[in-house]
Design a binder for this molecule. Structure first.
Ligand code: ADP
Ligand code: ASP
Ligand code: MG
Length: 460
C-alpha cells in the first residue's frame, strides 16, 4: 500500500492511512487462502516537503544560509506537530529525537553547501531523501500506537540502486536480497513494514533517489521483489482519469486498464502514476490498483495484463507540458545510412531520453522533456547538422483500443482538435495510441475538445 504526499500530509491524513491499513489487514485475514501477512506500507514525504527540501538546497547553493535555515525550521516544526499522531508518548519520544537529529544534520549540510556554493546531485539526493526518511518513521510509530505494529524499514538499506543520482535505477537482485533481510523478518513476525518511497542507496551505501514522483516506483519494486498479491497506489483522486483534472473539467475514472495502456499514459504525463511503476508489476504479473485515500469507497482503477474489452473507442488522454522540440536538419546526410545512429548517439552520450520522434526527408524532430543537457547536445549535433529548438511545447497522447479497430478514429481525433496547429504527429506500431505535439498554450483547448467529443458520456 503506497500513500502519496497528500495521503500523509497531516495528522488527519495519517489517521485515514491507519484506518485503511487496518481494513486491508482485516480483509486479508478473512479472505479465503488469504495471506495474513502484511501489508507493506510505502510512504511519500509529507505533501510539499520534497519541493521545500530542494528549495533549501538551492538556497544553500546560492549562499542564502538564513533562508535555508528558516525553511528547515518550518519543516522541523511541521514534522514535530504531525508526529502528534503517535498517541503513545513512549513511542513518540524516540521519533521526535530522530527528527531533531535529522534536522540538526540537515543544518550542518546547509552550512557546508553554502561554503562550497554548489550542490552536486549527490547532495541533492541526501537532502531530498530526508522527506521520506522522516515521514516513514512517523507513520511506522503511528501504526504501532494505534495497535497495528508498524516496523520502520530504512529505505537506504532496503532499496539498492545504481549511482545515477536524482534518477537512480534499482538493482533488482540486490534489492530482493536486501528486502528479504530487512522487510521480510518483520512481515514474518506479523508486523507491518513501513518504508519511505523514492529513496535508495548505492551498493556503497550512498543515498540516492529514484526521480520525482518515484514513490510509486518504490512500491512496485517492493511489491515485485516480495511477491505481493497486489500493489495499491493511494492518492488524492479516484483513479486514473480520462484526462488531467488540472486541465480538463470533470474527467471520469477509467475502471480498468491494461499494463500497456497504463504505461503509455504514465509515460506521456498522467502524473498519478510514475512512468516506471508498471515495469516491475508486469515482470511478476501483479495487479496495480489506484485508489483515493480520501474516498476509500470509490472503486478506483485496476491495472492488469489484459482488461475486458469495452465499447469505448478511446481509453484516456495524457499530456505533458514543458517539452522542448529539437529539429535537426541536414540536407546532405539524412538519407545516408548511419545518420540516425550518429544523431541518437549524441542523446545517449548526454543521457537524455527523447519521447516523440518524427522524420521527413531532410529533418528529424525529437522532443525532450529534461532540458538540462540540451546546450551540450545542441553543440554536439551542430557538428554535423543544423539544429533549432522550440520550448514551451506539450505532448498529447491519446490511448485506446478503438484506434486499432477503427481506421477512421485517428482522423476523428485530429479533426476534433480543430484549428490548433500540430507541430509533430506520430502513431506507434501498436496503433494503440496517437501522439502529437502542440504549443503548451494550446493544451487546454486541445484537451477540452478531445474530451468533449470522446469522453462526455458516462462510463458504465
Ligand atoms: P501522490 O502525491 O499521491 O503521488 P501525485 O500528485 O503524484 O499524487 O498524482 C496525483 C495527481 O495526478 C492528481 O491529483 C492529478 O492532479 C494528477 N493527474 C494528472 N493526470 C491524471 C490522470 N490522467 N488521472 C488522474 N490524475 C492525474
Ligand atoms: N516525494 C517525492 C516527490 O515529491 C516522491 C513521491 O512523492 O513520489 O517527488
Ligand atoms: Mg506521485
Amino acid at each position: 500500500m503506497k500513500f502519496g504526499g497528500t495521503s500523509v500530509a497531516d495528522q488527519a491524513a495519517i489517521e485515514r492511512l491507519i484506518a485503511l491499513v487496518r481494513a486491508e489487514r482485516q480483509a486479508e485475514g478473512q479472505r479465503e487462502g488469504g495471506d495474513a501477512r502484511g501489508p507493506v506500507v510505502v510512504v511519500s514525504a509529507l505533501s510539499g516537503v520534497t519541493d521545500r527540501l530542494l528549495g533549501v538546497a538551492a538556497q544553500a547553493g546560492a549562499g542564502d544560509v538564513e533562508g535555508a535555515r528558516t525553511s528547515l525550521q518550518e519543516l522541523r516544526k511541521r514534522h514535530i506537530t504531525v508526529s502528534e499522531v503517535i498517541t503513545d508518548a513512549a513511542l513518540r519520544e524516540p521519533v521526535v529525537a530522530a527528527l531533531n537529529r535529522e534536522f540538526d544534520e540537515l543544518e550542518r549540510v546547509v552550512h557546508a553547501l553554502a561554503v562550497l556554493q554548489e550542490v552536486s546531485p549527490r547532495w541533492l539526493d541526501t537532502l531530498a531523501a530526508s522527506g521520506e526518511i522522516l515521514s516513514s518513521q512517523i507513520v511506522a510509530a503511528a501504526l504501532t500506537s494505534h495497535k497495528l505494529l508498524g516496523s520502520w524499514v530504512d529505505a537506504r538499506k532496503a532499496i539498492v540502486t545504481d549511482s545515477e543520482h536524482t534518477a537512480a535505477a534499482p538493482l533488482f537482485q540486490e534489492t530482493t536480497a536486501a528486502l528479504m533481510a530487512h522487510a521480510d523478518p518483520p512481515l514474518a513476525a506479523g508486523r507491518i513494514p513501513v518504508i519511505g518511497g523514492f529513496v535508495g542507496a548505492s551498493a556503497g551505501g550512498v543515498t540516492t533517489t529514484l526521480g520525482r514522483g518515484g514513490s510509486d516506483f518504490s512500491a512496485a519494486i517492493i511489491g515485485a521483489c516480495l511477491g505481493a498479491s497486489e500493489i495499491q497506489i493511494w492518492t488524492d483522486v479516484d483513479g486514473m482519469l480520462t484526462a488531467d483534472p488540472r486541465i480538463v473539467k470533470s474527467p471520469q475514472v477509467v475502471p480498468h486498464l491494461s499494463f500497456a495502456e497504463a504505461s503509455e499514459l504514465a509515460y506521456f504525463g498522467a502524473k498519478v502514476l510514475h512512468p516506471a511503476t508498471i515495469q516491475p508489476a508486469v515482470a511478476r504479473n501483479i495487479p496495480v490498483r489506484i485508489l483515493n485515500s480520501h474516498r476509500a469507497q470509490a472503486r478506483g482503477t485496476l491495472i492488469t495484463g489484459q482488461r475486458p474489452p469495452t465499447e469505448r473507442p478511446l481509453t484516456a488522454v495524457a499530456s505533458k507540458k514543458g517539452v522542448t522540440v529539437v529539429d535537426i536538419t541536414s540536407t546532405r546526410m539524412l538519407m545516408a545510412h548511419g545518420f540516425l545512429r550518429r544523431l541518437f548517439e549524441v542523446f545517449e552520450r548526454f543521457k537524455t531520453s527523447v519521447d516523440v520522434v518524427t522524420t521527413s526527408e531532410v529533418s528529424v524532430s525529437v522532443t525532450v522533456d529534461d532540458p538540462r543537457r540540451l546546450p551540450a547536445i545542441i553543440e554536439a549535433l551542430s557538428g554535423f547538422a543544423e539544429v533549432a529548438r522550440e520550448e514551451a511545447m506539450a505532448i498529447v497522447c491519446v490511448v485506446g483500443d478503438g484506434l486499432q479497430r477503427d481506421p477512421a478514429l485517428a482522423a476523428g481525433v485530429l479533426a476534433s482538435v480543430g484549428d490548433v496547429p500540430l507541430r509533430m504527429l506520430s502513431q506507434a506500431a501498436s496503433r494503440r495510441n496517437i501522439t502529437f505535439v502542440i504549443r503548451e498554450s494550446d493544451l487546454p483547448a486541445a484537451l477540452g475538445r478531445i474530451h468533449d467529443k470522446f469522453f462526455s458520456e458516462v462510463i458504465a
